[in-house]
Design a protein around this ligand. Sequence first.
Ligand SMILES: Cc1ncc(COP(=O)(O)O)c(C=O)c1O
Length: 461
Amino acid sequence: MATATFPSPTTPLQTEDQKSYAAHVNPVWVRLLDTLGMNLKYTHCQGTELYTRDGRTILDCLSGYCVHNVGHNHPHVVAELVAELQRQSPAMLQSNVVEEAGALARVLCAHAGGRVEKVFFCSSGSEGVETVIKYARAHTKRSGLVYAAGAFHGLTCGALSLMGSDFWRESFGPMLADTHEVPFGDLPKLERILAKRKTAAVILEPIQAEAGIVLPPENYLAEVQRLCRQYGTLFVLDEVQTGMGRTGTFLAGQRYGVEPDMIVMAKALSGGLVPCAAVLMTDEIYRSVFHSLKRAFIHTSTFSENSLAMRAGLATIEVLDSEDLTARGERLGNRLRDRLRSALAGYEMVKEVRGAGMLTGIEFQPPRSLAMRLSYEAFKAIHPGLFGQILVMRLFNDKNILTQICGNNFTVLKVAPPLTVSEAHLDQIAESIRSVVDTIHHSTAFWSDALALGRRAMSSR
Ligand SMILES: Cc1ncc(COP(=O)(O)O)c(C=O)c1O
């Protein structure tokens, strides 16, 4: 039977700069990492692997929340960025036509297909969502915005107004007015709101990531699109986590045969190296915002079309295409889910393994057997996310696997390695998760040690 290896809650800070981070950036984050034993010094990262100063090799199954689709520091993306720097290009003149932006917009629209033919570039997913809010209101001359329960759209005030979670919103209000939440998958409730003809846009993740890797019910997205068209509302997909090949198609919306009016992309578009985000939209929406010379820069952002970001985007899509990574992610993602399903069959706390492409969620449920149930309830009383966090910590410390629980659903473990992950790594991932789940089901020490750790952590708040 495996024994638990839990870190000391007071691992000392390792370097001078880590101490400065704790002093000047975010000491609470340092404390959390220390508590979980996850405060390592990384020397370099390549592909799916992260190398630490103390000689460990960690297998990345988080991909920076779906940033590293082409793997860490892909040589082609790195080479393109180095070449761009060496070229001494007019990087941020803000007074020229940025050719790289033209090239990236052309490639993005071609890959997206459907109705989109214009692109606004920015630097983060949240900034993309802010853009959607402004453009949707300008185009429809309506103010209403509809979002789904469990959604994660970013932490700027507009994006946060499209997320119902009290946790993310607390103390930051008031939020934007006229935003409305509907359950993901509930068409009648959505139609009741849209029928009032006051809604500018419905904004959805095609597959909800932070809500727990929630796939849309059959035909749901197509029906949302139909209702939006019927009532004069824009249909917007947030593909920040699901895009760039992550879910088996270039965009997850393509999997479901829909053609949104606007699409937000970010994260993996950067190649994991330079912030890069994009909002793809129809020409009509673009013209509602930029309809005269005096509005030529009515919505812009200093770093939006910087040539490094544009190069990173172009190079990343070149890698996706030349290495056929989207299809590979779909093929290997299905294989990973098959392996996980057979490895985890019979463990009472495992409810479901689900996902699409290389985005997988493992949902856990409360145990039925009395001994585990008492410990599980004690975990929950300390913090609702404690069970998942201990799972993450065990995978990291005992198995060298980096993953996380979903931000809006603590019962789901996210498994999202780069699309370049090898078959051997898939076996390692499935076996490591099985082994930790087995420990949870058979080791009383797991529960008692973890409870002690949880109590220590919470009492040091
Ligand atoms: C689906 C989705 N939309 C938007 C965002 C916000 O992106 P960013 O953190 O780049 O602002 C995120 C971030 O995790 C996300 O997962």
